[in-house]
Design a protein around this ligand. Structure first.
Ligand SMILES: Cc1cc2nc3c(=O)[nH]c(=O)nc-3n(C[C@H](O)[C@H](O)[C@H](O)COP(=O)(O)OP(=O)(O)OC[C@H]3O[C@@H](n4cnc5c(N)ncnc54)[C@H](O)[C@@H]3O)c2cc1C
Length: 445
């Protein structure tokens, strides 16, 4: 058995710690915050758990779903039987994107042919572009040199199709509009999610605050596996001999000796604490990856105003809206999720609440007469990296030049955009690299 230190208790760190413990190592998980879950967590507000931002996953997120199973919380999530998205527009009947039981790529054909936000002729062109996108290899460097928007235009997609279909799905998953996003990462989203297996894009979400999954249940699973969970512990330096220096809540310095380290910290923190020369390269990567914000506007109405669990918006500032009402709540609690939210990040909450109350009133007739009982805004300025062309070169592999040290995190080279799935995959990869079951242990077992 060797000593493994896992730095960062987000999804990548949680997965890495569980895998290393399962492989028979003595694992310590070091997390700066008082809770686990990182970007995919929740906090208490007026006695109620509130997510730091609405999170969804797809049926094809197999690694994240396996983590939910491992944490024994799959029952606390919902997964649609079949992808079914209501698309709301001001003054128009809602449109719908849903799959049939047909195999991919025909599973969406019927829905797209009836999808009236896009003119009839352009609907056929949608199918042609979707088929062409299936042929784009996300690993081809050429695909990371072009924007998704430029590629779509070359494949006959006009502004209406981009807005009405490609950005409707791409914006929340890539956290950038098609005109800025790398074709390579867009190809991953659409190939794996929408155009791969017919059921791949069935949508899932948590029925409870994310903290119940990624903090409470994760902590239970980790301690059950024998992991020492040290929250409130900030990593300040990792030395070349793999000693890890930390400071606790009381400011006291400590040093932990380790035989292997999985660094699952955000890129700019990894660059600040890891030893040179790796740190120098990571600082360049962190700066090049940049950040893209997500803002959520939370509105509690005195009555039910939205009849579906979630909806996308078109020709409105509302990108996606989710019903997060829980048993025992009065009225309905809606969360408007805004990706690539640079324009909203610095706007005062009062302003955002007014904008989105009005926008919802124009989409949902019952919201016009409803009273808003409570409203607030959550902001995640560093929600994801900016998946622009050229990003691939700045996403490091798990392996580092320092033996025993591996990198993890949604920002590393997972092949996925910055998602929960990417984070979990990265944790498994890093743990397998430095904390695999040792041959001697395997023989002993
Ligand atoms: C508002 C919002 C909405 C999102 N929506 C979705 C979605 O719908 N679907 C989806 O798949 N993904 C979504 N994401 C992205 C997803 O949350 C992240 O990609 C994923 O959670 C990242 O996990 P991670 O473990 O790589 O990193 P992080 O969650 O950033 O974990 C890093 C951890 O390191 C800790 N840390 C930092 N510094 C130190 C230090 N010095 N010492 C010790 N610990 C430290 C942090 O506190 C944190 O817990 C969303 C993100 C946000 C913010």
């Amino acid at each position: 058995m060797s000593r493994v230190a896992v730095l960062g208790g987000g999804l990548a760190g949680i997965r890495a710690a569980l895998d290393a413990a399962d492989a028979g190592h003595a694992v310590t998980l070091l997390e700066r915050a008082p809770r686990l879950g990182g970007l995919a967590g929740s906090f208490e507000r007026a006695g109620r758990g509130v997510d730091t931002g609405q999170h969804v996953f797809l049926r094809c997120c197999t690694a994240y779903r396996a983590l939910l199973d491992r944490l024994a919380v799959t029952d606390a999530t919902v997964l649609q039987d079949r992808l079914d998205v209501t698309v709301l527009r001001p003054g128009r009947a809602p449109a719908r994107l849903r799959r049939t039981g047909a195999p991919a790529p025909l599973h969406l054909a019927a829905s797209l042919l009836r999808y009236d936000p896009v003119p009839r002729r352009a609907r056929v062109a949608l199918g042609r572009a979707a088929l062409a996108l299936r042929a784009v290899d996300p690993a081809d460097p050429a695909a990371d040199r072009e924007t998704f928007g430029a590629w779509l235009r070359r494949h006959g997609q006009g502004a209406v199709a981009v807005r009405g279909v490609w950005d409707l799905i791409g914006l929340p998953t890539l956290n950038l509009p098609a005109d800025e996003a790398s074709l390579a990462l867009a190809a991953v989203v659409f190939r794996v999610g929408l155009l791969g297996a017919a059921d791949a894009a069935d949508l899932g979400w948590a029925r409870v605050p994310l903290g119940e999954l990624h903090d409470v249940a994760a902590r239970r699973a980790l301690t059950g596996a024998g992991v020492t969970v040290a929250t409130g512990t900030r990593v300040v330096a990792v030395h070349r001999d793999l000693r890890v220096t930390t400071t606790g809540r009381d400011g006291r310095r400590d040093t932990l000796a380790a035989d292997a380290v999985v660094c699952a910290l955000p890129p700019e923190i990894a660059a600040a604490v890891l030893p040179a020369p790796l740190a120098t390269r990571l600082a360049v990567d962190a700066a090049a990856l940049g950040t893209s914000p997500i803002v959520d506007v939370h509105l509690r109405y005195d009555r039910t105003v939205l009849d579906v669990p979630f909806a996308a918006g078109l020709d409105t500032p509302v990108q996606w809206v989710f019903d997060r009402t829980r048993e025992g709540d009065t009225g309905q609690y809606l969360v408007v999720s805004l990706s690539a939210a640079n324009a909203y990040l610095a706007r005062p909450s009062r302003d955002l609440v007014a904008t989105f109350t009005a926008a919802l009133a124009s989409l949902l007739p019952r919201a016009r007469a409803a009273r808003v009982l409570d409203a607030f805004v959550t902001r995640a300025p560093r929600a994801t990296f900016r998946p622009v062309p050229g990003t691939a070169a700045h996403r490091p592999a798990a392996a580092t030049p320092l033996p025993g040290l591996a990198l993890a995190g949604a920002w590393t080279d997972t092949g996925w955009p910055a998602t929960m799935e990417g984070a979990v995959r990265s944790g498994s990869t890093a743990a397998a690299l430095v904390a695999a079951p040792r041959a001697a242990d395997r023989v002993a077992a």
